[in-house]
Design a protein around this ligand. Structure first.
Ligand SMILES: O=C(O)CCC(=O)C(=O)O
Ligand SMILES: [Fe+2]
Length: 317
């Protein structure tokens, strides 16, 4: 991890304003090059983030034994303890469309006292993220050439569903060199919406293999393209490898919302997306089959064994 690091400037989508063609083309360009952009005026208040932060803190501060009541060996399985993704990472999953029920079933197992605020806040956040995801897909479709297909292609995304992960990173107390809080990966979603606190540490890998910082900025959310949209868009959009590094001995909090195709969906780029005269880069595949493929590949074998959507369904791979 000695390579010098730089941060990148990404387009900032103001979702509250009408879009102009020059912005849409810079967005399309960033989605092809980086697979990342920023979003502002998303309608999620600072107050909601602070509440989510405080409630999540209460949760992660519980004793490990308590958290494991919803861990991988419990019936609920919403909590990922330390040492699964990394020694410094733990996470709680809340699934839609009924975020309230999902959060409540974890809360019931974790907290002695009734804690309805926790699930209500997560429901509010989940619903807002669903709306935002739908709007983001609309904008992305518009950014594809000639504003094509908004009417034809939006229906492809009508059965999408979302889930979120509340992430807590706790680096070692004496941190001399930076450590990976979350190793290199691509997301399996169509799009992911990330809130990262002011600590920062999210990085995207450039096509040349260099790690670039995605600096946090108050009021700004990060959006990244996932594998499903990379395949569906015939690589008009890129699902980039990214990771989280911890550079200072301070806790880091993030929320990641994944907007995904339904399991049974057959992913195939529409002809108008591929474009006349262009080569089709993926064989059609069923969404769930790819999710299973990813699950069955061990993390450490990443470099040796095919692991990405290209390896799974790419033509000529
Ligand atoms: O914590 C972050 O900022 C990003 C998390 C992430 O990449 C993920 O959960 O897929
Ligand atoms: Fe990710």
């Amino acid at each position: 991890m000695s390579e010098s690091q730089t941060s990148i400037e990404l387009p900032i989508l103001d979702i509250s304003r009408p879009l102009n063609p020059s912005f849409l083309s810079s967005l399309a360009e960033a989605c092809k090059k980086w697979g990342f952009f920023h979003i502002i005026n998303h309608g999620i208040s600072k107050d909601l983030f602070s509440k989510l932060y405080l409630l999540s803190n209460d949760l992660f501060n519980l004793p490990s034994d308590t958290k494991l009541k919803v861990g991988p060996f419990s019936s609920i399985k919403t909590y990922t303890p330390h040492f699964i993704a990394s020694p410094y990472f733990e996470s709680l999953r809340v699934s839609g469309p009924n975020f309230l029920d999902s959060a409540q079933s974890s809360a019931n197992a974790l907290f002695v006292q009734q804690n309805s605020e926790f699930s209500e806040i997560l429901q509010e956040y989940g619903r807002k993220m669903e709306e935002l995801s739908k709007n983001i897909i609309k904008v992305l479709l518009m950014s594809l050439k000639d504003g094509f297909g908004k009417k034809d292609c939006e229906s492809e995304f009508k059965n999408c569903h979302g889930y979120m992960r509340i992430n807590n990173y706790s680096p070692p107390e004496s941190l001399e060199v930076e450590v990976e809080g979350l190793g290199m990966h691509t997301d399996m979603s169509c799009v992911t919406i990330v809130y990262q606190d002011e600590i920062g540490g999210l990085q995207v890998k450039s096509k040349e293999g260099k790690w670039m910082d995605i600096r946090p900025c108050e009021g700004t959310l990060v959006v990244n393209i996932g594998d499903m949209l990379q395949a569906w868009s015939n690589e008009k959009f890129r699902s980039s490898e990214h990771r989280v590094v911890l550079k200072q001995p301070a806790n880091r909090f993030s929320l990641a919302f994944f907007w995904c195709f339904e399991d049974e969906k057959v992913i195939i780029a529409p002809d108008e997306v591929v474009g006349e005269g262009n080569v089709r880069l993926y064989n059609p595949f069923v969404c769930l089959d790819y999710l299973k493929f990813r699950e069955s590949n061990e993390r450490g074998k990443f470099e040796k064994v095919g692991f990405t959507v290209r390896d799974f369904a790419g033509i000529g791979h």
